[in-house]
Design a protein around this ligand. Structure first.
Ligand code: SAM
Length: 284
């Protein structure tokens, strides 16, 4: 590594990562060590060892997941749609290169195939090598890694998946189109007749516009559209939103028998998760 990566500075002899979140907000993490830092064809990829959040995956200077709080996000983006669907067999993850969501999905014995479509092979490699608290060095034979653009991939898929999970980075760079209506329309077509999709829909505090636009796009396509939230400490604003679109109206039947080994999700969370705070309701 030649010199310090752009996003890292020395301050009084200490290493700090600073995320430039908005014009008037910077979030900084004290770093113990830079484990990996390279530019891929798509983005700048780092694994850092931080004091408070353990190892972190950082893309273009933005924290994506950490060994301390990654389980909250990954369990919520996976178990909510997988328990909502009566019998998920074929699951597609778009993005999700840290492998955390695929690792949760692999806990379902009835799932036969997990296609993980990640644009950047380097993210998968470094997370398998250096972020095993999140990736679990995923090697389940049901996971098929496809290294390509998720936008192009779903254009070609029709009536194929029971569940699609969009585990994308923020809506900039290669992830921008993953927040557009055309993409959701293609997702709808790629799902089977009783299919369900979920995407991360950003912060209700700092990205309310993106969250509302995502919710409205999904609502135009799916008869059942539900938003849920969880607190993920390393995401700006803390409170994070997910939007679920389902082609069928029924409420999930199999939550009471939820028996997976998890750290955040449990039966109570699954039953209550669609109860959102008042200000979020009003935004929608
Ligand atoms: N949990 C994280 C968050 O909300 O910040 C996101 C995790 S995951 C690391 C996001 C992944 O989406 C990245 O690895 C990125 O390479 C991938 N990605 C971005 N745009 C993509 C696209 N168009 N197709 C497939 N993968 C994409």
């Amino acid at each position: 590594m030649k010199g310090l990566p752009n996003f890292i500075q020395y301050q009084n002899g200490e290493l700090w990562l600073t995320e430039n979140e908005r014009d008037n907000l910077k979030i900084s993490y004290r770093i113990r060590d830079i484990i990996y830092a390279e530019q891929s064809p798509y983005q700048h990829v780092m694994i850092l060892d931080s004091y408070d959040f353990g190892r972190m995956l950082v893309l273009d200077g933005v924290v994506q997941t950490t060994s301390i709080d990654g389980f909250i996000y990954n369990e919520m983006i996976s178990h909510v749609p997988l328990t909502f669907h009566p019998n998920p067999k074929r699951v597609l993850v778009i993005g999700g290169g840290d492998c955390g969501a695929a690792r949760e999905i692999a806990k379902y014995e009835n799932v036969e195939q997990i296609d993980l479509v990640e644009i950047d092979q380097l993210v998968v490699q470094v997370c398998k090598d250096h972020l095993q608290e999140v990736s679990g060095n995923l090697s389940d034979p049901r996971v098929r890694f496809v290294y390509s653009d998720g936008v192009a991939f779903v254009r070609e898929a029709v009536d194929t998946y029971d569940v699609i999970i969009v585990d994308s980075s923020d809506p900039v760079g290669p992830a921008k189109q993953l927040f557009e209506f055309d993409f959701y329309r293609n997702l709808h077509r790629a799902l089977k007749a009783d299919g369900i999709m979920v995407c991360q829909s950003q912060s209700p505090i700092f990205h309310a516009e993106v969250m509302v636009e995502t919710y409205k796009s999904i609502q135009r396509l799916f008869p059942t559209t539900l938003l849920y939230t969880a607190v993920v400490p390393t995401y700006p604003g803390g409170l994070w939103s997910y939007t679920l679109g389902s082609k069928i109206h029924e409420q999930p039947a199999n939550i009471r028998s939820f028996d997976k080994q998890t750290r955040y999700v449990n039966r109570d969370i699954l039953e209550q998760c669609f109860k959102v705070p008042q200000f979020v309701k009003e935004l929608l």
